[in-house]
Design a protein around this ligand. Sequence first.
Ligand code: FNR
Length: 385
Amino acid sequence: MAYADFQMEIYLGGLQGVVPEYPLAYRALQRAARRVLSDEAFDYVAGSAGSEDTLRANREAFRKWRLVPRLLRDVSVRDVSTRLFDVDLPAPVLLAPVGVQSIVHPEAEIAVARAAAELGLPLVLSTLSSKTLEEVATASGDNTRWFQLYWPNDKEITTSFLHRAEQAGYSAVVVTLDTAYLAWRPRDLSHAFLPFLRGEGIANFVSDPVFRSGLAQSPEEDPQSAVLRWASVFSAPTHSWAELAELRAATRLPILLKGIQHPDDARAALNAGVDGLIVSNHGGRQVDGAVGSLDSLPAIAEAVAGRVPVLFDSGIRTGADIVKARALGADAVLVGRPYVWGLAIGGDAGVKQVLRALLAEMDLTLALTGCSSWDDVGPDLLVPL
Ligand code: FNR
């Protein structure tokens, strides 16, 4: 079945008086989530750093490039499958690591894992998940899952996380490097809201044997001390390129670095022997006034020159955005906020609809621009505005 068939499924439903359960346009989706979430939770997801200029730049970067449709190319059969680290994927789309999902839905990452598994799209699980990585692995079944590592400043905890991820069937490690500190985020600051300090989003820490062994009393007996210890190991501004070798040696899994925005950092990553890169600015949540993530992609793809996969995120809202990211050099993309809004309003069903809509729109955009596969999409499909 082609992803585009979701379109006819919706129209046929209309004949029975059925319309899609959740909004399809991004803004309407966000508005619907706004209505069901607390101010704190909504702002935590929607917000970004400082004046939120980078969030806007991420979207503007997409608008600067225009697709040029090509015609009469027999696009009746389309194949959007791709292969990453020896695993076949039905589509070049992954679910970005998003922490502390319990603030938007009680089933949190479990619901997301179920939706991802139904569609066969890989889930990248955050270090700061509300459910443990083992619980999410169980909910994922045999679906592909990667573990996102916020590299703690404690070697033993780092090793323990990597070991647990391997044991639980995660098949790659995404090391997010743009979060040496949490950025200045005025929305969260104005609510004085940081969920981790309230004990949410630290499930992987409080369930970790090494983390627990460093506490005088268990997190169940003394949650406050566990939170304080989390705060002391989480922030890790001392890490350097030289230390990547230690991480490399600590796991047999492929390692991707997330947060790359400069071609020289991409080159440094290749020199360090990593297996993939994720061009990302954390959805604008870390550096205010930064370059739009898509603006960084072409130079990085050029520097990497196909030696390792280059993935992209920050600002993907539509299927056309996915095609543009591909045309500028992405091997696959990660979707962030859109699926979180789906989770907020509909649990796994909400996530699933959001992803199916994105895939359908991507598939139709491919067809309507004259492409039959992901590999057909190249820079010739775009002109600058
Ligand atoms: C994130 N992101 C993120 N990244 C990461 O590596 N680990 C994490 O725990 C989180 N947590 C997180 C929470 C929330 C609420 C958001 C919105 C984002 C960043 C995420 O992986 C991705 O880079 C962005 O979401 C992409 O930007 P858009 O598409 O959401 O704008």
